[in-house]
Design a binder for this molecule. Structure first.
Ligand code: ARG
Length: 235
C-alpha cells in the first residue's frame, strides 16, 4: 500500500498482468512494455515514487487495488462504468477496439459477429473482450455459453488458437497487432468498442488521481509520450 517515507514522498506499488504485448510482457524474465514505461515516466513527474511491480492475473487487479495490495494498476485496463463502481481511473492514455483473430491458414474468415455462429471463441478472463463474447455472442444466442473458452492470459489464448482448440479469439486491437506480427494468425475483423485505457486506482484517492493526470499531461507536453508510442507501437 501507500507508505510515507521520510522525505514526504509516497511510494506506490503498481499492479499489472503480463502477456499483453506491447503493453506488458516478460522479456528475458524482465517485465517490460508501454504501460511499464509510461507509468514510470508519469510517476517520475509527480511527488510519488514507484517501489515495484506486482504481476497478477488480470481479473485479480481490481481486487488487489481494493484490498490495498497495489496502489495503481497499469494493465491496458479499459475505463468503463462497471469498473468505476469499484475503482477510479486516471485520464485516458490509449484508445482501443476489439479484434476478432483467427488462424491465417484456416478456411474460417468471419467478417461480422454473426459469422461467429457456432464457433468456439476465446478471451482473457475478466476483460472487455470477454464482455463482447458474453454480451454480443452468448446473450444473443450466436454461440452457446459452453462455446466460450476463458484464459488466464492472452498468450495461452493465442496458443490454443494455433492448436485449433478455438476458432477465434477476441482481443484488444493493438495487442492483436503485436501477436499477429510473429505468429500465423490474422485479424479477421474489428469490432468497434471505442475503449479508452486508464490507470486504475482506489476509489476516492483524489491526490493520486491528480498526480497521475498531471504526470500524463507532462509526458505528453515534453514528448515522452510520443517517444514511448514510437518505441512500443512503432508509430
Ligand atoms: N482492455 C481490456 C480490458 O480492460 C483487456 C486488458 C487486458 N490487460 C492485460 N494486461 N492482460 O478488459
Amino acid at each position: 500500500g501507500c507508505q510515507s517515507s521520510g522525505g514526504g514522498s509516497q511510494t506506490l506499488t503498481a499492479g499489472t498482468a503480463p502477456g499483453f504485448p506491447p503493453f506488458e510482457m516478460k522479456r528475458d524474465g524482465e517485465l517490460v512494455g508501454f504501460d511499464v514505461s509510461l507509468l514510470e515516466a508519469v510517476v517520475a513527474k509527480s511527488d510519488y515514487e514507484l517501489s515495484g511491480w506486482d504481476e497478477l492475473e488480470f481479473k485479480s487487479l481490481i481486487p488487489a487495488l481494493n484490498n490495498g495490495n497495489v496502489d495503481v494498476v497499469a494493465a491496458g485496463m479499459t475505463i468503463n462504468e462497471k469498473r468505476e463502481e469499484a475503482i477510479d481511473f486516471s485520464d485516458p492514455y490509449y484508445s482501443s477496439n476489439q479484434a476478432i483473430v483467427t488462424r491465417e491458414a484456416g478456411s474460417f474468415s468471419p467478417s461480422s459477429l454473426d459469422d461467429l455462429d457456432g464457433a468456439l471463441v476465446g478471451a482473457q478472463k475478466g476483460t472487455t473482450g470477454e464482455s463482447v463474447i458474453t454480451e454480443q455472442l452468448v446473450e444473443t444466442g450466436t454461440i452457446e455459453a459452453s462455446a466460450y473458452k476463458a484464459y488466464g492470459n492472452y498468450v495461452l489464448a493465442v496458443e490454443d488458437l494455433l492448436n485449433e482448440n478455438v476458432d477465434a479469439i477476441v482481443i484488444d486491437v493493438p495487442v492483436a497487432n503485436s501477436f499477429v506480427g510473429d505468429r500465423p494468425i490474422t485479424t479477421a475483423f474489428v469490432y468497434e468498442t471505442g475503449e479508452q485505457f486508464g490507470f486504475g486506482i482506489q476509489s476516492g484517492n483524489e491526490q493520486l488521481a491528480s498526480a497521475l493526470n498531471g504526470g500524463l499531461t507532462a509526458v505528453r507536453d515534453d514528448g515522452t509520450y510520443q517517444e514511448l508510442t514510437a518505441k512500443w507501437f512503432g508509430q
